[in-house]
Design a protein around this ligand. Structure first.
Ligand SMILES: [Zn+2]
Ligand SMILES: [Zn+2]
Length: 378
């Protein structure tokens, strides 16, 4: 396919743009319209192909000169000096184009090597408890992945037989074809780039070199991991076709909600309601740490609601590092709601002794209220 838009317009550059500008404009747009980022969107795919076509032309000084003079006619049948056949917009499949330009930037098949594509990277989502993130933990997981076929050792050829060199591409995996003025290299259609063909395919994997298999893997989770931490299990992704390198398996970690603690990086945070007597007289409250120890948090007499108390080193460990964060306890003073007759009596007695000096903030506030009232009623 081909969008009929001027190459310079497609790449959003001036006609005199230099190579560097072209390249960065191209990269930006290719990222934006890459099919992996816009799955199922045929408009994006069309644009992506058109952008590739435009860049492929303009990056080459010869082609660019031809384009500047003759436009797209330079690359079509019967164009100036043409008559070579082929179609400039037919650049093979998207994967090929992308690989040749970006290498492995997008993973999963982006290796610049002859032969079938590397296996895809896989993702596995795992939820762990805060306690496990604190200590680190080892987990066994089961994944169903395309694994190397053992019957043929990944070759795809029936055991005892062998593959032989592809006659279409003479084992190169690529073929050259004339397109307009130019020679272009494409993946060999006979062997799909492997360079070899299988005469007698393996019965187990039907020539694919891989079969679906349930694998049990051990994942070591270090202390200090957090929501979104990824752990890479190298080579544990999908096996490549016909013995090509496997992809990687990425474990994406998620943190389960904890009963008591919230977490912000290495800081553990909790709210502790305390009685108004403890707030007034002082005391201490025990907070169990994830380290299994009890931390006695000292409450100074006269503490107010909202005050945060910090216990150094009682938070989460630093991932791959030394040291630990802090535990922060936010105090909420609780007003009693169920008093016995005796307790009420004691509080009434206490109130009779109040001068206002015990509570300077409220004393000050009501003092200002009084003044305001006096000013208004003078
Ligand atoms: Zn096999
Ligand atoms: Zn071939």
């Amino acid at each position: 396919m081909s969008l009929d838009i001027d190459y310079y317009e497609l790449l959003e550059v001036e006609r005199n743009a230099d190579d560097k500008t072209l390249k960065s404009a191209y990269r930006k747009l290719a990222m934006q319209y890459h099919p992996d980022k816009n799955p199922g969107c045929s408009d994006s795919e069309a644009r992506f192909k058109a952008i590739n076509e435009a860049y492929d032309c303009l990056k080459d000084p010869q082609k660019r000169a031809a384009y500047d003079r003759f436009g797209k006619a330079a690359f079509q049948n019967g164009g100036p000096g043409g008559g070579f056949g082929g179609n400039a917009s037919d650049f093979g499949d998207i994967g090929d184009i992308f690989e040749s330009i970006f290498g492995s930037a997008f993973g999963g098949g982006g290796r610049q090597q002859r032969g079938p594509a590397r296996g895809a990277d896989l993702r596995y989502d795992m939820e762990i408890k805060l306690e496990d993130a604190f200590t680190g933990v080892t987990r066994e997981i089961q994944v169903d992945v395309a694994a190397r076929c053992e019957a043929c050792d990944g070759s795809g050829a029936k055991p005892g037989t062998s593959t032989h060199r592809c006659s279409t591409c003479a084992g190169h995996g690529k073929v050259r074809a004339q397109q307009g003025f130019f020679m272009v290299e494409r993946t060999c259609p006979t062997c799909q780039g492997a360079g070899e063909v299988i005469a007698d395919p393996c019965n187990t994997c039907h020539g694919e070199g891989r079969v679906d298999r349930r694998k049990t893997l051990t994942v070591t989770i270090p202390p200090g991991v957090d929501e979104g931490t990824r752990i890479r299990l190298s080579g544990e992704g999908e096996s490549g076709a016909r013995g090509a390198a496997p992809g990687d398996l990425y474990i994406f970690l998620h943190m389960a909600r904890h009963k008591v603690f919230e977490r912000e990086g290495t800081t553990l945070f909790t709210r502790a309601p305390i009685s108004f007597t403890t707030a007034a007289l002082g005391g201490s409250i025990p907070i169990p740490g994830l380290d299994g120890k009890k931390h006695e948090i000292a409450i100074p007499a006269g503490i107010q609601s909202g005050k945060q108390l910090r216990q150094r080193g009682a938070g989460m460990p630093v991932l791959n590092g030394r040291g630990t964060g802090d535990l922060v306890v936010q105090i909420d003073v609780e007003t009693p709601t169920k008093l016995t007759a005796r307790q009420k009596e004691l509080l009434c007695e206490f109130r009779e002794t109040e001068t206002g000096e015990e509570c300077p903030a409220s004393h000050g506030f009501f003092g200002r209220i009084r003044e305001m009232w006096d000013d208004l009623t003078d």
